[in-house]
Design a protein around this ligand. Structure first.
Ligand SMILES: Nc1nc2c(ncn2[C@@H]2O[C@H](COP(=O)(O)OP(=O)(O)O)[C@@H](O)[C@H]2O)c(=O)[nH]1
Ligand SMILES: [Mg+2]
Length: 274
């Protein structure tokens, strides 16, 4: 399949509405493969909180096989206390605090110069798991809002070409969940995608199940953040917080779906620190 490139000429607005549930269509992985083919350098944008979960080893192998340079970017470093990087030579950045953005821009220019010393055109593909901040990063690198940014996973759909310098073109791409991790039916995997941010809190079918996994993977985090007494018990936490926030259904029953989504919204927005 041929990838369609859209050349960005105008500012893109922030998402206002949350998009409907979008499956990771077959076309996205093949689109990303085309980008790898067309790029001289790949920027893999990872979430600094979930480095292992957001890495795409399968694509990395393909990139290495094609002898292309990968620059690992650990974004959202403002959301984690842990500073030690798990990947050698990766760069920790934050689009929120702008930490190391200049350093990354310089690194891109240095690596580009090495690959194409005679000022030839160079293409850099920006790839990664959905919602890791690829579009935000591109906007900061170029200093303009050219790439569309949205809090919901799946916001960037086509491929967008954005000029960094006269020679360097960045390609913004839709995020992909690694094939071996992806599922649209397995509950455990869907919960995992939601915890890591690849599936939006507004789109997930069973938010209570995600809360149960969240508590299992990150015990005490919710209790500490919301100051509840419910010890690692999803049902108790949902009941307590639903009551506190007055999320009630008819007959005074707790609306645990709404409560779970509110927690996941806070989690995905990075309000809850881990
Ligand atoms: N806290 C924090 N949020 C970020 C950072 N970078 C991006 N975001 C947010 O993460 C969400 C996804 O960003 P976006 O650039 O659309 O990600 P993409 O799907 O990888 O292109 C948006 O709500 C951004 O505001 C960061 O460094 N720190
Ligand atoms: Mg995007």
């Amino acid at each position: 399949m041929r990838a369609k490139y859209i050349f960005s000429s105008r500012k893109t607005k922030r998402a206002t509405k949350s998009p409907k549930l979008r499956k990771q269509k077959e076309k996205y992985p093949s689109l990303v493969e085309k980008i790898i083919e067309d790029s001289d350098i790949i920027l893999e944008v990872l979430d600094a909180r979930f480095v292992r979960e957001t890495r795409n080893i399968e694509l990395e192998k393909k990139i290495k096989r094609k002898k292309k340079k990968i620059i690992y970017v650990l974004n959202k470093s403002d959301l984690t206390k842990k500073t030690s990087s798990k990947i050698p030579q990766s760069i920790n950045v934050s689009c929120k605090t702008k930490k190391n953005i200049k350093k990354l821009r310089d690194k891109i220019k240095i690596v580009s110069k090495k690959i194409k010393p005679s000022n030839d055109k160079i293409t850099i593909g920006v790839i990664g798991y959905p919602n890791t901040g690829k579009s935000s990063l591109i906007n900061l690198l170029v200093g303009k809002s050219k790439a569309g940014v949205g809090a919901d996973a799946g916001f960037t759909k086509g491929i967008q070409k954005i000029r960094l310098t006269n020679e360097i073109i960045l390609l913004d791409t839709p995020g992909v969940i690694p094939n071996e991790e992806y599922s649209n039916i397995e509950k455990e995997k869907i919960a995992q995608h939601t915890i890591v941010g690849g599936r939006s809190y507004s789109q997930v079918k069973d938010p209570e199940m995600v809360i149960a996994k969240l508590i299992k993977d990150y015990p005490d985090v919710l209790e500490e953040h919301y100051k509840t007494e419910a010890k690692a018990d999803a049902e108790k936490i949902l009941n307590e917080l639903g009551k506190k926030w007055n999320f009630l259904k008819k007959k005074g029953l707790i609306d645990s779906d709404k409560t779970a989504r509110k927690i996941l919204k806070d989690w995905q927005a990075g309000v809850i620190r881990i």
